[in-house]
Design a protein around this ligand. Structure first.
Ligand code: ATP
Length: 450
């Protein structure tokens, strides 16, 4: 008898070492050896980016396989061992969790839990209750907070919008050394694969974004619209060091899955990511660190919004806003502190309506069309060029052109969160998982792993 097994994994790494996706890649190899059949790509699910205790990108992994009942226990043991051996258990903040669930269908309550974990703060107990209710198995090391992310990954089946990421891993010897990748080849690949991949490079700073900087095992990650696209993009790169392995993940990156529309500012809560409409009630100001802050309001309440220094030229758009402009803001909510009120950290902004801007000017001369000069309070105006005097002329109000226009603005890719939908993905969001059910749930062998 063959059983559908879902394995969720989270919280294995630290900033010093490791990566949960790398553990997944090792496990994929072991499962393949046990003749496990992959029912889906491994999935990489990004959870609430505002969780204070995340290591980096708050990502969790799920592997969905069909395994012979005789080998179920063996695979479970191997999964536990792989997580144990490859986690940074010495780090105070690493609390690995694994969830095993055997079932053809994912319970709706798991999916709801997953949605909550992307948008809210959840408690480990909520996860444990669901694990118990549906007869799943949860295993943890240390405090085991990773069970939250592990269950959320199992619950997210990515049947709506999704993207792909090909992640390649470095051989052990090279970890911690600078990554050897011909940068020009990344820019060339980006041009060829435009529209099919995203966030490869940052044109504002001319930087490569696909390689991380830290000592982790990841060599690079290419994000795109299909498995074929990321594979092709990978083949176009000039890589100058040995690659240990690579895996294509199906992900919720670049889908805005964390953002939740709220009807009014009053409903905004810390650690959520919101979409809310308001009217500028205070003009943008620059604060130390070159961050820009402004305030929006609705009938009941006000909230500050911040565009931080790393958002680069995006701040020029923000600086050009003025009181009365109507905007829709998108971003994570930073709780208030002793020094600052609750603030929306801007991930994007849609300018809905620009308030007309007026200037009070001296009248223009009807002959020369030049601005006249005042002859003193209530004494009228005189044209400097032709000398004509207008004793009854008054200052006039003229509407001036605004420096910005309505529309959607997103910071440069280097400042984007993993979940933020880039401009290039607007209009091409997926509404279903484009694989026949037999491929999805049925058989392999997998083509996503080398
Ligand atoms: P990396 O991206 O490098 O794998 P990370 O940023 O994913 O690391 P973790 O080390 O996994 O960070 O830490 C995140 C922790 O927060 C995990 O234990 C996860 O279970 C938990 N967590 C994730 N989302 C939530 C949430 N919404 N509420 C409460 N806890 C959460």
């Amino acid at each position: 008898m063959w059983l559908p097994l879902h394995i969720g994994i989270d919280d294995t790494d630290s900033t010093r070492m490791g990566c949960t996706t790398y553990i997944a890649s090792l496990l994929i190899e072991k499962i393949t050896k046990r003749e496990g059949i992959f029912l889906d790509y491994p999935t990489l699910i990004r959870l609430n980016p505002n969780v204070p205790w995340k290591t980096r990108g708050n990502g969790a992994i799920c592997l969905r396989i069909r395994i012979h009942a005789d080998r179920l226990d063996q695979v479970i043991e191997e999964a536990i061992e792989t997580v144990k051996v490859n986690s940074d258990l010495d780090d105070g903040k690493t609390d690995p969790g694994i969830v095993f669930y055997v079932g053809e269908k994912i319970p709706r309550e798991f999916t709801n839990f997953s949605l909550k974990t992307k948008q809210d703060i959840v408690k480990k107990n909520e996860a444990l209750k669901l694990v118990k209710k549906y007869g799943a198995k949860a295993l943890s090391f240390k405090y085991g907070r990773g069970i939250i992310g592990a269950l959320a990954a199992v619950g997210e089946t990515l049947i709506d919008d999704h993207t792909y990421e090909l992640i390649s891993y470095r051989i052990k010897r090279n970890r911690g050394t600078p990554r050897k990748l011909d940068e020009a080849s990344v820019f060339r690949m980006d041009k060829v694969m435009r529209g099919l991949t995203f966030n490869n490079v940052d044109y504002e700073k001319r930087g490569v974004l696909i390689t991380p900087r830290g000592p982790d095992p990841i060599f690079l990650g290419i994000r795109g619209e299909s498995a074929d696209a990321v594979k092709r993009a990978f083949s176009l790169l000039k890589i100058e060091e040995e690659i240990e392995r690579w895996v294509i993940y199906r992900t919720n990156q670049g889908t805005d899955a964390h953002l939740r529309p709220v009807n009014n500012i009053d409903l905004i809560q810390p650690h959520h990511s919101v979409i809310v409409i308001g009217t500028l009630s205070r003009n943008p100001i620059s604060i130390p660190g070159r961050h820009v802050i402004f305030t929006i309001a609705d009938e009941n309440k006000e909230i500050d919004c911040a565009a931080y220094e790393p958002t680069g030229k995006f701040r020029n758009i923000i600086r050009a806003l003025t009181v009365g402009d109507i905007v829709q803001v998108f971003g994570g909510v930073r709780p208030s502190s002793e020094k600052t009120p609750m603030t929306i950290n801007l991930e994007k902004i849609k300018i809905i309506r620009l308030n007309p801007k007026f200037l009070i000017q001296n009248p223009t001369c009807k002959f020369c069309e030049k601005h006249m000069e005042s002859m003193g309070k209530e004494k009228g105006f005189r044209c400097k060029k032709c000398g004509v005097r207008e004793r009854k002329a008054k200052k006039v109000q003229v509407q001036v052109k605004r420096d910005i226009s309505t529309g959607l603005y997103i910071p440069p890719p280097r400042a984007n969160r993993h979940l933020t939908k880039p401009l290039s993905r607007y209009g091409i969001e997926k509404t279903f998982y484009n694989t026949s059910p037999s491929d999805f749930w049925g058989h392999g062998p997998i083509n996503h792993y080398l």
